[in-house]
Write a new protein. Sequence first.
Length: 146
Amino acid sequence: MNKADAVIAAVLIVFGSSAFFVALGYPAGSRMLPMFYSATLAVLSLLLLVQSVLRPSRRTSGNIDEDSVEPARKVIMAVIFIAGYVALIPVLGFYFSTACFLVSFIVATRAARLSMALAVSAGTTCAIYAFFNILLKLQTPLGILF
């Protein structure tokens, strides 16, 4: 049994179930999406719980190997990048912060070369602008600089 998966699954089942019952109190037109997401979360968490109980633990020794540390480093790096991105939005504005975040994250994770990171960043930023500002006519957060 993988204890970490079981604990996380149990917490998510409680959270999903609670959110589902809270959504029942919403107006009829507003409750369907929260109910769908919370029910999906609860069902998938239940599947994770069953899987964690039925499958033996993957860890065979008490030693931490380098393969298990690398994913943790990637998660920590992603959290730091996202926190920096959110912190820069009020200063640089949404679009410039998004472009900087995408380029730096893609390059830092070595997901693509710089030229591809720039292209993906520009394309994504333009698509977000077109969707929010042109199609939906919504204003995204403006920063001090832009």
